[in-house]
Design a protein around this ligand. Structure first.
Ligand code: MV4
Length: 460
């Protein structure tokens, strides 16, 4: 029985976990770096232990300190949130060795799914469609060329240890392949200490659709529908939605079946996500699995009416997942805007600093998950997301209006945020039609950037 959960994270997700624990009667132990003492997750947890200096490498990534804090604070489980140690199989193993329940899938599952080549192999063996490409790591340029020529250009070269776009290169011809292949290998080596790469057919302008699943340790697995996460910039998601407007029921049924099949093939325990690309013809391809709770889990919670983090905790506690697929249905349309401390007019440069005025929106169908408040100092050491604004409504149109209304209410002074950009997107006719692909943000700026007033100014 889990009595006390150490939350090995910061920011809004740490707060999200504290809230779920509290509703289940579990005690919470926050850990924090020296600059995070004033963060809401520290103040709202039952107890808190400082684990080191600001840089994550000396605090939130320091496994020995986190395990010591668990021992010192008598925690019997660790929730890793997302990022940091969430998909570190060695850390999950160390938790097991200390007799502390790691809230997530087994270290073996994390390891297997963290290797994108192995994840592809699991999918291929389970008869889940993958993008045409190599079945193994590509050992040299010659082997890569042979496969690329066979599948036809353009191709994409990806890091086996990657995810999130790092070390990805596109090649449009045999000539380009050699150069891109070497660059991809080098980037992968540098970023992940692992130069292994593989090759796939490049799908142009895909939709990025991901399926949420939950599984218990007794082999019961359900899916909770999909999210459309196509609206990204440089592989950073900006806005997510559930359900995906682009999917019809037939395609949704096929993809969800594939997602559950894949989760069963890796005996998945906990909350996880299967990522797919969908092309304009409705062909879908599995690309990777995320063995963690994700930032955008909230749109699924609002659309489906299911508390995913509570289920993570119950499953880790050894309880049966009592949700049945036939009772899970989409009830609402949900949209999430990520509120980042960034200047979208200056190439999204991070804008840490003091929030001197803060007022969060509210009202029917509005949810704000954030760890900040008026007077809060955003430290420059971590990612720039300072909150998530989630709305739900009966229809997508109503959800867009509600989001626009809530964004207009949201006051954050002292720093730049992505709120103005999100407002513009809510008013964009192209967004409103619902046919957003991964190309959207790129073309959005081309469509909306006003001509430079300096060049057209006429002398008065
Ligand atoms: C692709 C692809 C096209 N074809 N794979 C980007 C992040 C990583 N998770 C996978 N990504 C892509 N993989 C094939 N075979 C295009 C992307 C991609 C993308 C995917 C999702 C959301 C935004 C994107 C933006 C550019 C490229």
């Amino acid at each position: 029985m889990i009595r006390k959960v150490l939350i090995a994270n910061r920011g809004e997700i740490a707060l999200r976990v504290v809230r779920a624990c509290r509703e289940l009667g579990m005690k919470t132990l926050a850990v924090y770096s020296e600059v995070d003492e004033q963060s809401l997750h520290v103040q709202l947890a039952d107890e808190a232990i400082c684990i080191g200096p600001a840089p994550a490498i000396q605090s939130y990534l320091k496994t020995d300190r986190i395990l010591s804090a668990a021992e010192l604070g008598d925690a019997d489980a660790i929730h890793p949130g997302y990022g940091f140690l969430a998909e570190n199989p060695t850390f999950a193993e160390q938790c097991d060795a200390c007799n502390i329940k790691f809230i997530g899938p087994s270290s073996n599952t994390i390891r297997k799914m963290g290797d994108k080549v192995l994840a592809r192999q699991v999918a291929i063996r389970a008869n889940v469609p993958t993008v045409p490409g190599s079945e193994d790591t590509i050992l040299d340029e010659k082997m890569g060329l042979k496969i690329a020529n066979a599948i036809g250009y353009p191709v994409i070269i990806k890091a086996a240890a990657g995810g999130g776009g790092k070390g990805m290169r596109i090649a449009h011809s045999t000539v380009a392949f050699s150069k891109e292949f070497r660059t991809a290998q080098m980037e992968a080596e540098k970023a992940f200490n692992n130069g292994a790469v593989y090759v796939e057919k490049y799908i142009e302008e895909p939709h990025h659709i991901e399926f949420q699943i939950l599984g218990d340790r007794y082999g019961h697995i359900v899916h909770l529908g999909e999210r459309d996460c196509s609206l990204q910039r440089k592989y950073q998601k900006l806005i997510e939605e559930a359900p995906a407007t682009f999917l019809n029921d037939a395609l949704r049924a096929k993809m969800s079946k594939a997602a559950v099949k894949l989760a069963k093939a890796c005996e998945y325990e906990g909350a996880g996500t299967l990522e797919f690309l969908v092309d304009k013809h409705g062909n879908f391809y599995f690309i990777e699995m995320n063995a963690r709770i994700q930032v955008e889990h909230t749109v699924t919670e609002e659309a489906m009416g299911v508390d995913l983090v509570k289920w993570q905790l119950r499953i880790a506690n050894g309880e049966h997942l009592t949700l049945e697929q036939k009772n899970i249905r989409c009830r609402r349309h949900a949209i999430e805007c990520r509120i980042n401390a960034e200047d979208s007019e200056k190439n999204f440069v991070p804008c840490p600093g003091n929030i001197n005025l803060y007022y969060a929106p509210g009202g029917y169908g509005v949810r704000v998950d954030s760890h900040v408040y008026g007077g809060y100092d955003i430290p420059p050491y971590y990612d720039s997301m300072i909150g998530k604004l989630i709305v739900s409504a009966d229809t997508r149109e109503e959800a867009i209006e509600r989001m626009h209304r809530a964004l207009n209410e949201y006051i954050i002074r002292g720093i730049k945020t992505t709120i103005p950009l999100c407002k513009k997107i809510m008013q964009d006719p192209s967004f409103r039609t619902g046919n957003v692909t991964t190309k959207y943000v790129e073309t959005f700026f081309n469509r909306t950037v006003e001509p430079n007033s300096e060049t057209i100014k006429i002398h008065e």
